[in-house]
Design a protein around this ligand. Structure first.
Ligand SMILES: Cc1cc2nc3c(=O)[nH]c(=O)nc-3n(C[C@H](O)[C@H](O)[C@H](O)COP(=O)(O)OP(=O)(O)OC[C@H]3O[C@@H](n4cnc5c(N)ncnc54)[C@H](O)[C@@H]3O)c2cc1C
Length: 365
């Protein structure tokens, strides 16, 4: 069976889902091809932060892109909620990164100053022990202060993913192994089905590395493992997200932020989980009495410098790459800024910094 669309998106995670949904908003027809449950799928194992304060140190275009995404998120959430009837659990009350020693406080202050100098002031500030306690109850004695950014937030990543898929031509169990490319003409074979489109986006997370060369692109991504702990539902503990802890609308407390370079390995390790649990219990001693009900490991999709990759193929115009390690945070920008640009046929100048030419320049230097 042959299927013709305006756009083929390969990879039905948060990046591909947001782009396909955003393309549909422009009036285009899109098909979203996804490998399915056996693939590595960061979109189903992440933490759910819409996080701005520390994103883009050393790369101002990424800081600005992240800020733009946080600004677009409420519109994305309202539109998806109106379409699907299901709330996404978006809250943007600002977020904290708590410091447990003077050294951590100084290091955080240096980072926040750097972000401010490089990319402008968005109101992020360092709060001392008394200031942070005036905003947050239940903190442990070891918390010496925090950075607070008023535009940070969080959302349910699974509700987001489901809402993006709903109403799309989403095809799970469609692993793409081969793409036949010509300028502005792409053909993908999945079993007995053939998909044609003048545009294609490679957004297959860790699968992108193999697919991108088929359309003249380079996506040198690799895995970085993160582990997450989830507690039973608790009474309201924290009205704000933090970079290592957030409470969902349902009451579960999620803890995380480990970063382990262990290849394609989804094994959880007690030593890592213990570090996560201990640190968060020092911040909120009430967590010591909570029951843990779940934990898992998932793989981040990392480029060599950790920043996103967006590029159009020179050899095969109409083919685009899209990957990042903050697919929740950047969903607003992917859906409402990147997708329209792709459908218009050109990436804006503001995204030029995300091309892979930056790796070639670094290698040549
Ligand atoms: C532990 C952890 C915590 C995180 N926390 C946050 C957070 O708080 N905030 C935030 O913004 N981000 C967070 N992230 C990152 C976020 O989850 C990812 O940026 C996002 O999921 C990446 O989306 P993706 O679509 O690129 O990749 P994925 O979600 O991995 O999706 C890729 C998709 O491509 C499909 N695929 C692969 N190969 C093929 C193929 N050959 N053919 C067809 N389909 C294919 C797979 O089936 C998969 O569904 C976290 C990630 C992890 C691991």
């Amino acid at each position: 069976m042959a299927v013709s669309r305006d756009l083929i998106v390969v990879g039905g995670g948060l990046v591909g889902g947001a782009i396909a949904w955003g393309a549909r908003q422009t009036g285009a027809s899109a098909v979203l091809l996804d490998e399915g449950d056996i693939a590595f799928r960061a979109a189903r194992g992440n933490f759910g932060l819409v996080w701005v304060q520390s994103k883009g140190a050393g790369m101002p275009p990424y800081a600005h892109w992240t800020r733009e995404s946080a600004r677009l998120w409420p519109h994305l959430a309202e539109t998806l909620q109106a379409e699907t009837g299901a709330p996404l659990g978006l809250h943007q009350p600002g977020g904290f990164a708590f410091c447990l020693s003077e050294q951590e406080f100084e290091e955080r202050a240096t980072l926040i100053r750097r972000m401010h100098n490089e990319s402008g002031d968005i109101g992020t500030r360092m709060l001392d022990r008394a200031e942070v306690r005036a905003m947050v109850d239940g903190l442990g004695d070891e918390v010496v202060g925090a950075s607070y950014c008023p535009v940070d937030g969080h959302a349910s990543p699974l509700f987001l993913l489901r809402a993006l898929h709903q109403g799309l031509d989403y095809r799970p169990n469609h692993r793409v192994e081969r793409i036949d490319a010509a300028p502005n003409s792409f053909r993908v074979q999945c079993g007995s089905e053939t998909f044609h489109a003048p545009r294609i986006v490679i957004a297959a997370g860790l699968g992108s590395r193999d697919l991108a060369p088929m359309v003249g692109l380079d996506m040198p991504v690799s895995p970085l493992q993160g582990q997450i702990i989830v507690t039973e539902r608790m009474k309201p503990l924290l009205g704000y997200p933090t970079h290592t802890l957030r409470q969902t609308d349902e009451g579960s407390v999620m803890m995380g932020d480990s970063q382990e370079d262990v290849g394609f390995d989804l094994t959880t390790r007690v030593s890592v989980l213990k570090t996560i649990a201990e640190r968060n219990a020092r911040v909120f001693p009430a967590l010591k009495d909570s029951n843990i009900v779940r934990m898992w490991a998932a793989l981040r999709v990392m480029s060599p410098d950790g920043f996103p990759i967006y590029e159009e193929s020179e050899r095969f115009p109409g083919a685009f790459s899209a990957t990042c390690h903050s697919g929740v945070t950047l969903a607003g920008a992917h859906a409402l800024a990147l997708a329209p640009a792709i459908m218009a046929g050109t990436l804006p100048e503001s995204l030029a910094a995300f091309s892979t030419s930056r790796f070639r320049t670094e290698a040549a230097a």
